[in-house]
Design a protein around this ligand. Structure first.
Ligand code: ZN
Length: 147
């Protein structure tokens, strides 16, 4: 099995068995984001506790890439400090802008490196980034609230 197939399996697995795909009742912030070019949508709940991301739950509809990316992201960022989560987000953004030339930092991105191949397909990059942009929006809103 080559790497591309392995990565496809990771994406399909997250699509079929998504992590944190059930909106929490309590939340600090809720955001709703759309990717009109594909029809993907996501609602994301974010809660911080003790300076860490204690809850990152979501609900959504869309293609396998957008839903799998939301699953991977929620698993990866839960329990992290917001600054660390932003660092991971920046690394994922860089990977998506790499036009297929980067493999991604597996220490930082873990399963999210499976989306490396998506960066070759401009039309799908927005699918992979949807959940991450929703997270970024929610984080900024939390910062505003706590001022
Ligand atoms: Zn999509």
């Amino acid at each position: 099995m080559n790497l591309d197939n392995l990565y496809q399996e990771v994406i399909l697995d997250h699509y079929k068995n998504p992590e944190n795909k059930k909106l929490s009742i309590q939340k600090d912030v809720q955001v709703h984001h759309l990717n009109p070019s594909c029809g993907d949508e996501i609602t994301l709940n974010l809660t911080l506790e003790g300076g860490l991301i204690s809850d990152l739950s979501w609900e959504g509809n869309g293609c396998s890439i957008s839903m799998a990316s939301a699953s991977v992201m929620s698993g990866l960022l839960t329990g992290k400090a917001p600054s660390e989560a932003m660092h991971i987000l920046d690394s994922f953004m860089e990977l998506m802008q790499s036009k297929g030339n980067s493999k991604g930092d597996e220490n930082l991105l873990e399963d999210a490196v499976a989306f490396a191949g998506v960066s070759k397909y401009p039309a799908r990059i927005k699918c992979a980034l949807l959940a991450w942009m929703a997270f970024k929006d929610a984080s900024l809103q939390i910062q505003e609230k706590s001022k």
